[in-house]
Design a protein around this ligand. Structure first.
Ligand code: NAD
Length: 475
């Protein structure tokens, strides 16, 4: 009988990606288990290497960001490359301190003893990032993961392909893949990654995908951080410095063409000053980007055709107060103000994530607070008011991820402020020391003295209950 010759099977590209993911995870697990990432000296060396290679490739990174969405160099530096550099510097300066055991107060019941919290790396972390700040949102969590002593697999967004390609090259050429590796790909790749058992998952992206990530993590009881989105209001009251508010809101909104998770999504302005405020915002747009923002080198483009089409549906002509011009070929959308719209308008049904700013009004503080609190808890809130009592009321009565009084976005520039959402805008926070903590299990350990061993906890209990009650009374 003739033998049937079997052809060698070549795996499809997606299968190859899956095999690679599984292989990477296995090797990273072993690398971690063998303790390579534990010494602080190793962590510092790797962070320094990252610092060096980001410097070396700075121009290519600028070019990739420009190719992906015409991100102006100043924005690319201020919000991505320079931002990462500051986080790196802080981690290198503080890692000895962050990684030290933290002593906590003792209780009498354990006398004699000392108690400490030991930060311990989780193991192999998965970091999934979105496209809008494709370097910042990949490297900032990575710095925390590295400082805390983890291995990591990074999944950049497929929607910023030029940036993803250079990130892959930088990491693969400069780091041992048993320690750090990049897996490029879209939804299918992300889902295959999520099907694996990681020790930590750090996800930045939409609330909708955040739910998918959390479900997948639940399968393996993997802890997660979810940095999500939402509709972040900028609120302007009668006693605000209107000119300053207009300038700061215009900047925060139209930076990166509005494709910023913490951009003011919409404005709530007190009715009495609404008209003045709209005029001022209009003036700021012209001051920043000229009479034809399409010609401004400082105004970015929409990332892709799908987002361009999504945003175009929000441009209902009867509501456009300023802007509204578009060019599908270059994915240009002018900074646009919408007026006289309700919460049912398409722009109020989802996070805008583009250069469209709806302006809604309110009469009194009570109404405004109710209005905000009836919606999902925002990732950010910006309150413009000169009235301290009103500022305090907002801080006390409204729940939101983080934000500013009399500014927009700037809370992200302070690494001492943990950054994250609440409710549907996210779970957990990072930046600075918070990034280190996110990627560390806080291992609590009590060191018990051996020179004293009071017998009241040991059976037979007899009438020791009386003594125990007394002891608890003294605590
Ligand atoms: P997204 O959720 O579509 O994608 C984020 C990542 O998830 C990408 O890497 C993508 O490949 C992956 N992904 C997409 N669909 C998936 C699926 N079904 N299963 C598994 N993985 C999947 O988000 P985006 O469009 O890239 O980014 C925009 C969103 O991210 C906005 O909602 C914005 O507010 C949010 N965001 C939040 C922050 C923050 O720090 N909180 C920062 C930037 C962006």
């Amino acid at each position: 009988m003739a033998l049937i010759q079997q052809k060698p099977v070549t795996p499809a590209p997606q299968d190859q990606n899956q095999q690679r993911i599984e292989q990477l995870l296995r090797t990273q697990r072993t690398y971690f288990a063998d303790g390579h990432t534990l010494p602080i000296a190793f962590r510092k060396e790797q962070l320094r290497r990252l610092q060096q290679v980001l410097k070396q490739h700075e121009q290519e990174l600028f070019d990739a960001l420009y190719a992906d969405f015409r991100k102006p160099a100043l924005e690319a530096f201020g919000t991505e490359i320079g931002f990462i550099e500051l986080e790196l510097k802080l981690a290198l300066k503080s890692i000895d301190d962050w990684a030290s055991p933290r002593r906590v107060p003792e209780t009498l019941i354990n006398f004699p003893a000392r108690s400490y919290v030991y930060p311990q790396p989780y193991g192999v972390a998965l970091i999934i990032s979105p496209w809008n700040y494709p370097l910042n949102l990949l490297f900032t969590p990575l710095i925390g993961a590295m400082a805390a002593g983890n291995c990591a697999i990074l999944k950049p967004s497929e929607i910023a392909p030029n940036t993803a390609a250079i990130v892959t090259r930088i990491i693969s050429q400069n780091f041992d893949e048993r320690y750090l590796a990049v897996v490029e790909g879209g939804v299918e790749t992300a889902q295959h990654l999520l099907a694996q058992r990681f020790d930590y998952i750090f996800f930045t992206g939409s609330t909708q995908v955040g739910r998918i990530v959390m479900k997948a993590a639940a399968e393996h009881l993997t802890p997660v951080t979810l940095e999500l989105g939402g509709k972040s209001p900028a609120i302007v009251t009668v006693d605000a410095d209107l000119e300053l508010a207009a300038r700061r809101i215009t900047w925060g909104k139209f930076l990166n063409a509005g494709q910023t998770c913490v951009a003011p999504d919409y404005v709530l302005v007190q009715e009495e000053v609404k008209e003045d405020f709209i005029q001022l915002i209009g003036r700021c747009i012209t001051d920043f980007y000229g009479t034809n923002p399409a010609e401004s080198p400082d105004f970015a483009r929409i990332i892709n055709d799908a987002h361009f089409a999504r945003l175009s549906r929000m441009l209902t002509p009867e509501h456009i107060r300023a802007g509204g011009q578009t060019d599908a070929a270059t994915r240009y959308m002018a900074p646009t103000l919408l007026e006289h719209i309700t919460w049912e308008h398409p722009a109020m049904q989802e996070e805008i994530f583009g250069p469209i700013l709806p302006i809604l009004s309110f009469d009194g503080l009570d109404d405004m607070i109710k209005m905000v609190n009836r919606h999902e808890k925002p990732l950010a809130l910006y309150f413009f008011s000169g009235n301290r009592a009103h500022q305090q009321r907002i801080l006390r009565e409204v729940s939101f991820g983080g934000g500013c009084i009399n500014d927009t976005l700037s809370h992200l520039a302070n690494p001492n402020l943990p950054f994250g959402g609440v409710g549907s805008s996210g779970l957990g926070s990072y930046h600075g020391m918070a990034s280190f903590d996110v990627f560390s299990h806080q291992k609590s350990v009590l060191h018990r003295g051996t020179w004293l061993d009071l017998p009241f906890r040991y059976p037979p209990y007899g009438n020791k209950l009386k003594f125990l009650r007394k002891l608890f009374g003294w605590l």
